[in-house]
Design a protein around this ligand. Structure first.
Ligand SMILES: [Ca+2]
Ligand SMILES: [Ca+2]
Length: 347
């Protein structure tokens, strides 16, 4: 992108940074890439503004105060909706099980098999964005922590209210790479140190110690950290690796990149028209990116730039939040007098 264009890019909405568009390599074909991240392929994305940090409790509280919005985790689950996402013939749970809540990380007391997430995840009645760990917990003193226990629908509702939208998965990954090419992590290729020396600052809020039962907390936090507690990437974006997972707009298909592979760069891909995950065929999923405070090198290492996963769009969890983006075209009427944005960027 030409330097002249940079000088004329107007400031975006408060709290956002401009992510210059361009062509980049999305996904990974490296040896450690998971099947869902393969193959690496070329994608071209137009420029946009992105929230510099994950949406915070204080920001979400302003949305709720202005609109009276009630999140999905605060409502009694609807069996008619739930039964579409479970194998046919699944019996209706007892009414006592159909209660409002969210998924909360509950560490076991000792080592457990890593192939059973039920060992550390629990559906906690009463867990919602105001009660991140369930009844008895609160967001008092956590204004600048990322909002959690918000599902994809809640994130979209917030984004609409804010005059923004959720990023596409391609926008998210371009932004996470911070202007670098082929980088494994938001800051470059250097893996986060397994141990931090006293006084050494962590690169991201991830899991340290032994997952999921022992967290040595060397990066300062066992669970979520206040946003912007770790260094930003090259675009000035914070926590694009770790802290909380972030909802993207796209449906999640495990084979999406294999369907895409082509010699021609894809232009602003919007993702598939429906989700596909053979391990969980009945539950539709939206993409989440960036990993969380629970990610560890021995488990999923999802703080890598190419890492991707799917989440049920109606389910909140204590390690998933979001941030928003906005395109010049989304707010063009307000910018009509600033014609710089009408000129295509040179590449
Ligand atoms: Ca941590
Ligand atoms: Ca994050």
């Amino acid at each position: 992108m030409g330097a002249a264009f940079w000088r004329h890019v107007p400031a975006g909405p408060p709290g956002t940074v401009w992510i210059p568009g361009g062509e980049f390599t999305m996904g990974s074909s490296e040896l450690d890439a998971l099947a869902t991240e393969r193959p690496a392929h070329r994608v071209r994305v137009s420029g946009f503004w992105m929230d510099a940090h994950e949406v915070t409790n204080a920001e979400f509280a302003r949305f709720v105060a202005a609109t009276g919005y009630v999140t999905t985790a605060q409502k009694k689950p609807d069996w008619e909706e739930m039964k579409k996402q479970v194998p046919p013939g699944t019996p209706r749970p007892d009414d006592s099980a159909l209660v409002a809540g969210a998924l909360v990380f509950t560490p076991p007391s000792g080592p457990v098999p890593l192939d059973d997430i039920g060992q550390w995840w629990r559906y906690v009645p009463g867990a919602d964005w105001r009660h991140p760990e369930g009844p008895g917990s609160s967001i008092d003193g956590r204004d600048d922590y990322p909002v959690v226990n918000v599902c994809w629908d809640d994130a979209c509702a917030y984004a609409r209210w804010a005059g923004k939208r959720l990023p596409t998965e391609a926008e998210w990954e371009l932004a996470a790479r911070g202007g670098l090419e082929g980088n494994r992590f938001a800051w470059g290729d250097q893996a986060p140190p397994a141990r931090l020396a006293p006084g050494q600052h962590g690169l991201a809020n991830i899991w340290q110690g032994e997952f999921p039962h022992r967290n040595t907390q060397e990066d300062g936090y066992t669970l979520a950290a206040p946003v912007m507690s770790y260094p930003p990437n090259g675009y000035g974006l914070y926590d694009m690796a770790g802290n909380v997972w972030e909802w993207c707009a796209d449906w999640y298909r495990v084979d999406e990149y294999r369907r895409r592979a082509s010699d021609v760069a894809l232009e602003n891909p919007l993702g598939p028209t429906e989700s596909f995950d053979p391990l969980d065929p009945y539950a539709p999923k939206r993409v989440i990116r960036g990993g969380s405070f629970l990610c560890h090198i021995t488990y999923c290492e999802s703080y890598r730039t190419a890492a991707r996963r799917g989440g049920s769009p109606d389910t909140g969890s204590c390690h998933t939040g979001f941030r928003c983006v906005v395109s010049p075209s989304d707010i063009r009427p307000a910018l009509e007098s600033k014609s710089a944005l009408d000129r295509p960027a040179s590449r």
